[in-house]
Design a protein around this ligand. Sequence first.
Ligand SMILES: [Zn+2]
Length: 133
Amino acid sequence: MEPNLVRILRHDFKDLYKELEWGVECESGWFDLIYNLSCSIHNRCNETRITHIKEKYGGLRFSVTPCVGSCYREYDIWIDWAEAKSYRICERCGSPGRLRTSLPYVQTLCDDCERERLEQNRAMIARLLEKAK
Ligand SMILES: [Zn+2]
């Protein structure tokens, strides 16, 4: 995710993000989804910490260390919902998208971003073939 967007998350939800280990390991198209989920958790309890946010197999993965209370029951539902929704939002630009399996690295993308990804892949293969000559 673009560093300035990560800065917004860390600024607006300071305590929630203070134990985040590896940054936000997905592209910027899911910013609104992550922001809204962070907002819900932040408003529910200020002792919870987000430990991991990443993309895996084309979908969002979101991990928290809940407080000692019963908040986690709600978090499970919210996180499941956000993770399921990520499969319908382009990870690059935030437009409506779907899971793309045309390349070994699967990703949830809109039509335009998938076209761009395939074009980049074709260009990379052409460069490799050119080098191999
Ligand atoms: Zn897109």
